[in-house]
Design a protein around this ligand. Structure first.
Ligand code: ADP
Ligand code: MG
Ligand code: ZN
Length: 481
């Protein structure tokens, strides 16, 4: 390939606050249209914004978590444009003086790690929402979102394919979740991404003309949109054409991007300092007080999981995916120290069931101690791994203790030799043809015998013992037909 791809991402993350950024209106999701508005967020003349300090705290916190420098001075700016969902005719955003700059996020992609630069993190207000459905005679505007606090996180153009872009977004989303800065719920639009893509001859350093793909809100669509766009631009360059700098939209239905408008430049927005808000002076004491609230971050937790629990880095990656998942895992391992086995249960059956219901692990009926108890029962040979799966399903549905389920349904593993002997003898007596074949060399039939014993015992027979007994009985005994 004579070309290489350059991708830079702008993410808008909704800050997890009770009230909006410049007024006291609620940020609750799903309220009836325009029920969470006031003169300030409706942009009525004569109103003044009052800054929500929690949003600044969150911006500093995310800046620290992404290894940014925190600026001692920051200032809001007006970004002017006209659109029906923007009642003031400008958005209060930030321009020359963002609070956080020059950070980094580590990503791992196909087993290789890479550092992606964070250019800046700043605060701004969200706009409202135009609704085009259900209005026969035009469109409606819902301003519940107007004034919702956002952080804009701008990456350096450091990613070179769609997979890396997705890895970056996942890593950033994890940091947002861990720090509690945002719930980063993509379905609610609380984590949205604009992707900037360009292509250049491999080995050159100048950036090519870029397309900006707007408002992507699922990892799958981001990946698809980028892959499409990379192909499109490469084809243009291969034909000797030129990519035009523009804003494009991705169509989920058609899987293609198409031109939306020519890309606006910063000067089109007539940025100027926001006169209704005082500049921010962020002193060391403020920064230090926020630093104290930083939790163990995903990278550090992953490294600790690998070192402490001796699990593969893949497992550590999955198990630290959300704070709730990591907490569940650690509590379960604390109750029964089989880190690999407990991890396997979580990563396999458990996450599968949770995902199919769109649930987080802390919404599940199973408690960490109960999973630990299940693994302990397998470990001691009280139940077989196979039966454990059935028990787990019931635990998931009812939240019952595994011991109670085993008791109620009589699922304990049969490892009593005399009881197993009887079953084995009966199976052998009932299958003279197979016994003959086995003894004349068709040893593959062992599987058939084991299967029969399992059938008779409802899968509860101890597999090793069944094998031992069968081998013994099938060996030298003279054949009586
Ligand atoms: P704007 O404010 O117009 O969106 P910025 O210069 O702030 O533009 O860049 C926004 C994003 O675009 C950043 O994430 C940056 O890394 C990325 N970017 C800028 N130029 C390119 C380019 N030529 N190719 C790919 N990404 C780019
Ligand atoms: Mg942009
Ligand atoms: Zn309001």
């Amino acid at each position: 390939m004579p070309y290489e791809t350059v991708i830079g991402l702008e993410v808008h993350a909704q800050v997890l606050t009770q009230s909006k950024i410049f007024c006291g209106c609620s940020t609750r999701f799903g309220a009836p249209p325009n029920s969470q508005t006031c003169p300030v967020c409706l942009g009525l003349p004569g109103t003044l914004p009052v800054l929500n300090k929690k949003v600044v705290d969150a911006c500093i916190k995310l800046g620290l978590a992404t290894r940014c420098q925190i600026a001692p001075f920051a200032r809001f700016a007006r970004k002017n444009y006209f659109y029906p969902d923007l009642p003031k005719g400008y958005q209060i955003s930030m321009y020359e003086y963002p609070p956080a700059t020059g950070g980094q996020i580590e990503i791992v992609c196909n087993g290789e790690s890479k550092t992606v630069g964070i250019v800046r993190i700043h605060m701004e207000e969200d706009a409202g929402k135009n609704l085009h459905d259900g209005a026969p005679d035009g469109s409606y505007v819902d301003l519940n979102r107007a004034g919702i606090p956002l952080l804009e996180i701008v990456s350096a153009p450091d990613m070179s394919n769609a997979q890396e872009a997705v890895a970056y977004l996942k890593a950033l989303r994890e940091i947002l979740l861990y720090t509690g800065v945002s719930d980063a719920d993509m379905e609610k639009g609380n984590f949205r991404c604009d992707a900037n893509v360009s292509i250049r001859p491999r080995g050159t350093t100048a950036l090519g003309a870029r397309a900006e793909i707007k408002n992507l809100n699922s990892f799958r669509f981001i990946q698809k949109a980028l892959e499409y766009e990379i192909k499109r631009q490469t084809a243009i360059l291969e034909e000797g054409g030129r990519v035009v700098q523009e804003t494009r939209l991705f169509s989920v239905q058609r899987g293609v991007t198409s031109s939306m408008r020519s890309k606006e430049e910063a000067h089109d927005y007539r940025y100027f300092p926001e006169p209704d808000l005082m500049p921010l002076h962020i002193d060391e004491a403020w920064i230090a007080s926020i630093r104290e609230t930083l939790p163990e971050l995903p990278d550090a937790k992953r490294a600790r999981f690998i070192a402490t629990y001796q699990i593969p880095s893949y497992d550590a990656g999955v198990l630290t995916g959300t704070p709730a998942l990591a907490r569940f895992y650690e509590e379960a391992v604390a109750a029964f120290a089989r880190p690999k086995e407990i991890g396997n249960w979580i990563m396999g059956d458990f996450l599968g069931m949770l995902n199919s219901e769109g649930k987080e692990i802390d919404q599940a009926a199973i408690a960490p101690g109960q999973l630990a108890a299940l693994v302990a029962m397998i470990d001691s040979g009280q139940i077989s791994g196979k039966i454990a799966k059935t028990i787990f399903e019931q635990m998931y549905k009812t939240g019952a203790d595994p011991a109670a389920i085993v008791e109620r349904e009589g699922l304990s593993q049969v490892s009593d030799r005399s009881e197993l002997s009887e079953v084995v003898d009966a199976v052998i007596a009932a299958a003279p043809k197979e016994v003959l074949a086995y003894r004349s060399g068709k040893t593959k039939l062992m599987g058939f015998f084991v299967g029969e014993v399992m059938k008779q015992t409802g899968g509860r027979a101890h597999p090793t013992q069944v094998n031992e007994l069968l081998r013994d009985r099938l060996k030298e005994r003279p054949l009586i037909v």
